[in-house]
Structure formats: C-alpha cells, structure tokens
Design a protein around this ligand. Structure first.
Ligand code: 13P
Length: 291
C-alpha cells in the first residue's frame, strides 16, 4: 500500500465518532512499533514528523522508512508534517513525498494565518496532499516550540468557524485547553467549544497534546467531535523508561539491539492502549485508498 492523505480516514472518523491517532515518529524503532500495532489492531494511523525530526533523521530516511512501513501494511497510513512552520518547509515535505502537511500559522495574526493557510492549501490540494491548520496556541513544550502558560490563546467557537469559512483545510486544530508534554495539573478542556465548532463545520477537529489527558476527557472530547488525536510524549516516556531500566539493571550490555527492542516493545504497548481508547481499531474498511 502507498501513503495516503488523511482526508478519507478523518471524514469516516468524524461521521462514526472515533479518533484517528497521530503518533510522532523519531526513528525506525518508533515507526516499527506504531505501524506493527496499527496493523494488528486494523487501525488507520497518521505518522507525525516534526521539523527537528527531519533534521535528526534526514529527509531521505524519513521518506524511506515511512514508505517501507506503508508497503508492508494492509492499513491506510499517512505521513504528516507536524507543525510546519513555513510555506517553504511544507513544499520541501510535499516534494519529498509527505502525503499530508500541517501549516502552523498560529504565531501570526488571524488574517495572516488565513492567508498562509490558503497558500498551502492551494499548493497541497493540487497534488492530493491533505492540510491541517492551527488556530490559537497550544501550551507546553514540543521539539522547538515552547509556549508559556500565560501566552496560551484559546479561540472562541465563532473565531474557529470564521477561520474555516475562509480556508478549505482538511482538518483543524483549535487550542481548547490541552498542552504539549505531560501535565502538572489536569487540563481543563473546553468541551462546549469543541461541540459548537464540530456541529457547525464539516471539517474534522484535531486535539493536540494528547499525552496525559485523562481517559474520560479523551472519550468526552471524541463524543464532542474530535476526530484526530496527537500523541508523542507518552511514547517517548515509555521508550526512555524501558531503556533506562534495562541499562541500569544490566551493566554489561553491549549489543544496542537488546535495549532498543525493549524500548520498541514499550512503545507498542502504549500505542495499543491509545488505539483502543480512541476506538480506531477495525476502522479501515470503506476508506478509499489512493493505491
Ligand atoms: P504530546 O506530546 O503532548 O502527546 O502532544 C503531541 C502533539 O500534539 C504533536 O503535535
């Protein structure tokens, strides 16, 4: 199977009220863990790649690993740029082979965000690549993005609806109270805003900062209209803890595969729990695959 855009998978998720997971990849082991479990659970999956990961892995490795994963899979897989910072970066990713991109214009004014998003939508849609945009600011730290608690901006439902009316994105990430990274105190999610936006516009909504959100809040967010949930930190923590434990307990390890395998298994367990929580297992039927 080849990499697909996320439009079909998210359209089905919105209609049937579940969420497609986006798990960020940083290397081969994360990709293998995520894709293997998604196949076992028969779940569509979005592989998120941030710009620091492109720098870390190299563009050719990102594309080669994602294509290898898709080739050996019977489920729809999207390779998606996470928090694309500029039109130029988005174009590099599309040219290299990404099947979906996020343009994060949330640092700009409402009008500039719309203009930038529209420029990306025009270019991406002309080659069948899906686009996610962001409105408002999501707190916390992720890769090269750090947003202080005091600088968090949560847009109103009306602003989000107006943003949608001026753009033609395939998915919209609206800041609704979650944050990137683990939480010191429980997040206060604006479920009323999610419901209002979801009932007013046809486009699927995305929840960033999926790590550490209580299970009941995840389920409520999905019921209110969230169709895609991004998870990164919890996989990173699972991998690091597992590797730390085996290395601390075995001074004489030389073959790196011994601890990489343990880390990979820990990510697999986390991915499986999220797929089940998001109810995306066995949801690959009737998704039109761009083979
Ligand atoms: P977490 O790291 O909090 O899971 O957030 C991931 C994310 O939103 C990626 O865009």
């Amino acid at each position: 199977m080849t990499l697909v855009s996320m439009s079909e998978m998210l359209g089905k998720a919105k209609k049937e009220k579940y969420a497609v997971p986006q798990f960020n990849i940083i290397n081969m082991e994360f990709t293998q863990a995520i894709v293997e479990v998604s196949n076992e659970e028969n779940s569509p999956v979005i592989l998120g790649v941030g710009e620091p990961t492109i720098k870390y892995m190299g563009m050719e490795y990102v594309i080669a690993i994602a294509n290898a994963a898709a080739k050996n899979s019977s489920i729809p897989i999207t390779l998606h740029l996470d928090h694309g910072s500029s039109f130029e970066v988005v174009m590099q990713c599309i040219k290299a082979g990404f099947s979906s991109v996020m343009i994060d214009g949330s640092k700009y004014s409402f009008e500039k965000n719309i203009a930038l998003t529209n420029k990306v939508v025009e270019a991406a849609h002309s080659v069948g690549v899906s686009v996610e945009a962001e409105l408002g600011t999501i707190g916390g730290a992720e890769d090269n993005i750090f947003v202080n608690e005091n600088d968090v901006i949560l847009p109103s439902a009306e602003e989000a609806i107006e943003f949608w009316n001026h753009t033609n994105v395939d998915a919209l990430a609206v800041a609704v109270g979650t944050a990137h990274g683990m939480y010191k105190i429980e997040p206060k999610i604006k479920f009323d805003v999610i419901s209002k936006i979801s009932n007013s516009i046809p486009v699927p909504l995305v929840l960033h900062g999926g790590s550490g959100v209580p299970e009941q809040d995840i389920q409520k967010a999905i019921n209110c209209g969230i169709s895609k949930i991004n998870v990164n930190t919890e996989n990173q923590v699972a991998f690091s803890n597992a590797v730390r434990q085996i290395i601390n307990n075995n001074d004489d390890i030389q073959d790196s595969r011994l601890f990489l395998r343990v880390g990979r298994d820990a990510v697999k367990e986390m991915v499986r729990s999220k797929i089940r929580l998001f109810s995306s297992a066995n949801k690959t039927d009737a998704i039109i695959l761009n083979k």
